[in-house]
Design a binder for this molecule. Structure first.
Ligand code: NDP
Length: 295
């Protein structure tokens, strides 16, 4: 039996970062502008702090300026809105990112709506999502994780047009925009969620599976059509006494089973994760170019 090709997100993300770094220095030389990303972190969630640190490091690696503000968990919504409004007006800032989830006393909708759509590098503003959903409209930014999934398919020469695609999960940040993107790429798309009665049967029809659920190893080998392509977005910690940390990260897809059935698959870690940050850098560069009319 053949074994699936491993889609190397780490490698592709590195290639993309190199391309971005070259563009950042070309723009700096030509018009003297350095792209800037402002990241707002509220509270002290460890995972969020890690994500923010990684984003900052990635910015530095390509020459993008990163401004970071760390606010205590009891910050008021008004204070966060004030920061956003300051960055909206700051010409050195081309992208504004509010690390989610916000503390529960804040209204996520109010906060995300306050980001100027021209600086909405996460692509979470309802106007950007609405345009993503509409034919003939173009969003200014596409959410980073689903954009990274599609970019991996493109860079591996996997065609999407006319294919059956199944997205497992319908969250605002991954599943829903992933389904919209696949549809824009002319796939025929089904969305599986927690109320779907026959997820296995539907998933088995897919030529392309994007799994974004948050359930370790949920998608088994029997769910997969032979030679399907699998993009596994899930990042799930599971106990692992043999690791020094006591846990390891696994995807939503049972990798050991899937690799025997699929034609290509992303590993966890090293698949979609690094692509998400690369797409954030790309969106920030795109924004700086657009704001400065630089091509
Ligand atoms: P959410 O919890 O917001 O959404 C999960 C989705 O999965 C929901 O739509 C839910 O359905 C659905 N779901 C839950 N259980 C089942 C089930 N048993 N069967 C079918 N569908 C189910 O998660 P996110 O979208 O934010 O994240 C999903 C995963 O991706 C997580 O593991 C997260 O860590 C990871 N992630 C990875 C990123 C990366 O960069 N690689 C970035 C962001 C997330 P319903 O709508 O009915 O509740």
């Amino acid at each position: 039996a053949s074994v699936a090709k491993v889609i190397d997100g780490k490698l592709v993300a590195k290639q993309i970062r190199d391309e971005i770094a070259a563009e950042v220095s070309r723009m700096k030389e030509a018009v003297g502008v350095i792209p800037g990303l402002a990241v707002i972190l509220v509270g002290d969630r460890k995972d969020s702090a890690t994500y923010v640190r990684n984003k900052k490091k990635a910015c530095e690696s390509v020459g993008i300026n990163s401004l970071e503000v760390n606010l205590p968990a009891d910050t008021t919504e008004e204070q966060v809105l004030n920061y956003i409004s300051g960055y909206n007006d700051d010409p050195s800032v081309h992208g504004i990112l509010v690390q989610l989830p916000l503390p529960s006393h804040m209204n996520e909708q109010n906060v995300l709506n306050a980001v100027r759509i021209e600086k909405d590098v996460d692509g979470f503003h309802p106007l950007n999502i609405g345009r993503l959903a509409m034919r003939g409209r173009e969003p200014l930014f596409v959410p980073c994780t689903p954009k990274g999934c599609i970019e991996l398919l493109h860079r591996y020469g996997i065609s999407i047009k006319g294919k059956r695609a199944v997205v497992i999960g319908r969250s605002n940040i991954v599943g829903m925009p992933a389904a919209l993107l696949l549809q824009r790429e002319d796939a025929t798309v089904s969305v599986v969620h927690s109320r779907t009665s026959n997820p296995e049967e539907i998933t088995r029809q897919a030529d392309i599976i994007i799994a974004a659920v948050g359930q370790p190893n949920m998608v088994r080998g029997s769910w997969i059509k032979p030679d399907a392509v699998i993009i596994d977005v899930g990042i799930n910690p599971v106990d692992d006494p043999s690791s020094s940390r006591g846990y390891k990260l696994v995807g939503d897809v049972c990798y050991e089973e899937a690799i025997k059935v699929a034609s290509a698959i992303t590993p966890v870690p090293g698949g979609v994760g690094p692509m998400t940050i690369a797409m954030l850098l790309q969106n920030t560069l795109t924004s700086a170019k657009r704001i400065n009319s630089f091509q």
